[in-house]
Design a binder for this molecule. Structure first.
Ligand code: NAD
Length: 255
């Protein structure tokens, strides 16, 4: 039995780490999982005051600061969370960065931009997953497999997005999702959500995108972070779905 070494409780609370969970989509997912009974490990790059306040607001929750552009800090994040909570059931790779560059401005998409986006959007999730694999295996059971959820983007599915390097980084994490769903099954399920425009601090000033969603998308608006969190909760509560990239763009792709 994999759970024997975990602790003395017969049904210990499941633990979910949500990266980038002091704002936007990550905060909505973390709060939703806490409301559903998970013990949540909050994380962010720098907003420690907000993170500590969130951790104080939920029983058993913790907050850890780590800059995920530094892979040593990414590894430390997993070891600190697992050391404190003594288990990990769900890893949500939500933290991400963007760069807004017109697609025909090739010189503006410098090698530095490419490296920065890949470091946070692709390599950090990989580091976190590889460091968390043992703990996720340990807490998994045939009735309740562990779970990884990656937050990618509709830009990783369609030829769209704030810049080509951003879109390529999100396409990469989508492919990582599918490949890992194959190699980590059946103990660990791996899925992704590919949101369209969501109202968060990242997109506050994106007036053109907001107008596009209002005028062209069947739902006539951007998503609220809580709507992405609801989908995240559904994918996390599944005991069967794996390898799915769920597009959540209010139907924009249909137009
Ligand atoms: P946000 O700016 O509110 O949140 C981003 C989070 O990522 C923050 O908590 C921040 O601390 C964290 N982060 C960024 N760089 C980091 C680093 N170097 N180390 C550690 N943490 C770091 O943005 P959001 O819109 O909530 O974005 C969340 C995810 O959703 C991102 O991966 C983003 O690409 C994706 N996404 C957002 C939209 C949208 O329209 N908002 C659409 C598609 C995909």
């Amino acid at each position: 039995m994999k759970n024997q070494s975990i602790g003395e409780e017969a049904n210990p609370k499941r633990v979910a780490l949500v990266t980038g969970s002091t704002s936007g989509i990550g905060m909505a997912i973390a709060k939703r999982l806490a409301d559903e009974g998970f013990t949540v490990a909050f994380h962010s790059r720098s907003s420690t005051t907000a993170g500590e306040a969130l951790a104080d607001a939920y029983p058993g929750a913790t907050y850890t600061q780590a800059d995920l552009s530094d892979q040593a800090q990414a590894s430390r994040l997993i070891s600190e969370v697992v050391k404190h909570h003594q288990r990990l059931d769900v890893l949500v790779n939500n933290a991400g960065i963007n760069a807004v560059i017109p697609h025909d401005s090739l010189k503006a998409a410098t090698t530095e931009v490419w490296r920065d986006l890949y470091e946070v959007n692709v390599i950090a999730p990989w580091t976190l997953i590889s460091e968390a694999e043992a703990a996720l295996q340990q807490s998994s059971s045939p009735d309740l497999p562990s779970c990884i959820l990656n937050i990618s983007s509709h830009a990783g599915v369609r030829p769209k997005g704030a810049s080509i390097p951003y879109a390529a980084s999100k396409a990469a994490i989508n492919q990582v999702t599918r490949l890992l769903a194959l190699s980590l099954a059946p103990d660990i399920r791996v899925n992704a959500i590919a949101p369209g425009l969501v109202d968060t601090p990242m997109t506050e000033s994106w007036e053109d995108a907001r107008r596009l969603w209002q005028e062209r998308s069947p739902m006539g608006r951007a998503a609220r972070p809580e709507e992405i969190a609801e989908l995240a909760a559904t994918l996390i509560s599944s005991t069967y779905l794996t390898g799915e990239i769920v597009l959540a763009d209010g139907g924009l792709n249909l137009t």
